[in-house]
Design a protein around this ligand. Structure first.
Ligand SMILES: NC(=O)c1ccc[n+]([C@@H]2O[C@H](COP(=O)([O-])OP(=O)(O)OC[C@H]3O[C@@H](n4cnc5c(N)ncnc54)[C@H](OP(=O)(O)O)[C@@H]3O)[C@@H](O)[C@H]2O)c1
Length: 326
C-alpha cells in the first residue's frame, strides 16, 4: 500500500487500522482466548494488506483492546519497530472512580499522565508514537495539558501529540500553549457523515456545519496537521441496507444505489469505493477502518489504489448528504 509522509517525518500507510473493537465487549468481563484469536486474525490481515498504523484509546473495550494488542506484539517479535502506535486519552467512563460520575472528559495533568502509564502497561511498550486528546474537555486548562505533554515528552513516553474531534478554536487554544507541534486531528468523516464539508460553499443551499467546526479541514491543512477519518464506512451503513435506512433515512438508500452503480462500472467493491471517496480529498485524509473481518479488511484496503474522478466524488457526496448543491 502507498504511504504518506507526515510533516513530523513519519511515513504512514494511507489506510490505518482502528483497534476499537479488538477487545470484543465494552464491559469488564475477561478476555477469552477466542477473542484474542479473532483479533489476531484481523491484525494479521491488516498487516498483510500493508497497514502500518494502529489506532487505540485507553477506553476501547475498557482497556481490553490495548491488552490484546500487547499480546499480539509479544507474539510477533520485531513488529513494534515496524508500526506506528497511536492511542488516545481523556474520556472517562461512567462510574469511573465515583459510582455517580457520568461519562465525561478529563484533560487534567494527572489524568493524562495516569492514562498513558496504563496504555503503555497494557500494550507492553515503552513509548507511544502518537497520543491524541480524544474529545474536547469543556473544563480544559491548556497549561495543565502543556505540563502533561512536557512530562510525557521528557520521560520518552510519547513521541508526538495530536487531537481528535477538536474545532479550529479549540485547536488554536492548545496550539498557543503546548510546546510540541500538534501533528494530527482525527475527525468523523464518511459518505454519511459529511458535516465538515457541508456548508463550506457560500451561496449554495447546503446544511450548516456543526457549530464551531467550520474550517476544521482548512485549519489542519494551513498548520501542516494531518487528518484522520474515524468510522469511514459509517459502520457499514454507507452500503444503504435496511438498518442504514432506519438510522439515516432515504439518503442511505440513494447512496447505496450510486455506490453500487459506480462499483460495478469500475469492478471494485462498494466498501473500497466508499473508502476511496475519503482518500480522494486533497487534504490527504487517512481513514481508520474498524472491520474485524479479514477478507473485508484486505478488500477495503484496495481503496488505496482507486483514484476517483471529480465527477464520481461529487456524485457520491451529493447522494450521501441527501441534497443537491445547486
Ligand atoms: N476519535 C473518535 O472519537 C473515534 C470514534 C469512533 C471510532 N474511532 C476509531 O475509528 C476506528 C474505526 O471505527 P469504526 O469501526 O466505526 O469504522 P468503520 O470501518 O466505519 O466500521 C467498521 C464496523 O462496521 C461493520 N460493518 C458492517 N458491514 C460492513 C461492511 N460491509 N464493510 C465494512 N464494515 C462493515 C464492521 O463489522 P465487521 O467487523 O463484521 O467487518 C465493523 O464493526 C475505531 O476502531 C477507532 O479506532 C475513533
Amino acid at each position: 500500500m502507498k504511504s504518506w509522509n507526515w510533516k513530523c517525518g513519519i511515513a504512514v500507510s494511507r489506510v490505518a487500522y482502528g483497534c476499537g473493537d479488538l477487545g470484543a465487549n465494552w464491559d469488564p468481563t475477561p478476555i477469552l482466548e477466542e477473542h484474542y484469536q479473532r483479533a489476531a486474525k484481523a491484525l494479521e490481515a491488516a498487516l498483510e494488506a500493508g497497514i502500518n498504523f494502529f489506532d487505540h484509546a485507553d477506553i476501547y473495550t475498557y482497556g481490553k483492546s490495548e491488552t490484546i494488542f500487547g499480546r499480539f506484539l509479544a507474539d510477533h517479535p520485531g513488529l513494534r519497530e515496524r508500526i506506528t502506535l497511536q492511542s488516545k486519552c481523556g474520556i472517562r467512563a461512567a462510574g469511573d472512580s465515583d459510582p455517580s460520575a457520568p461519562v465525561r472528559m478529563d484533560f487534567s495533568r494527572q489524568h493524562i499522565l495516569t492514562t498513558v502509564e496504563g496504555s503503555l502497561r497494557r500494550l507492553g511498550v515503552e513509548r507511544l508514537d502518537v497520543l491524541l486528546l480524544h474529545r474536547p474537555d469543556l473544563l480544559m486548562e491548556p497549561q495543565e495539558v502543556a505540563e502533561a505533554f512536557d512530562a510525557l515528552s521528557s520521560r520518552g513516553q510519547v513521541r508526538f501529540f495530536g487531537l481528535s474531534n477538536h474545532t479550529p478554536a479549540q485547536t488554536a487554544l492548545l496550539r498557543d500553549t503546548v510546546r510540541q507541534p500538534l501533528i494530527v486531528n482525527q475527525i468523523e468523516l464518511s459518505l454519511l457523515a459529511t458535516g465538515l464539508l457541508d456548508g463550506q460553499i457560500p451561496g449554495t443551499k447546503i446544511a450548516p456545519v456543526p457549530p464551531g467546526a467550520a474550517g476544521t479541514l482548512e485549519d489542519a491543512r494551513l498548520h501542516g496537521m494531518a487528518l484522520q477519518a474515524w468510522s469511514p464506512l459509517a459502520r457499514g451503513h454507507v452500503l444503504g441496507d435496511d438498518r442504514a435506512r432506519e438510522v439515516h433515512g432515504p439518503r442511505a438508500v440513494a447512496l447505496g444505489k450510486v455506490l453500487r452503480e459506480i462499483a460495478s462500472t469500475r469492478g471494485v467493491s462498494r466498501e473500497a469505493l466508499a473508502l476511496a471517496w475519503v482518500l480522494r480529498h486533497p487534504a490527504g485524509i487517512q481513514p481508520i477502518i474498524g472491520s474485524m473481518n479479514p477478507e473485508r479488511i484486505k478488500d477495503i484496503c484496495g481503496a488505496a489504489e482507486i483514484e476517483l474522478s471529480r465527477e464520481e466524488w461529487y456524485r457520491l457526496y451529493v447522494a450521501g448528504r441527501g441534497e443537491n448543491m445547486g
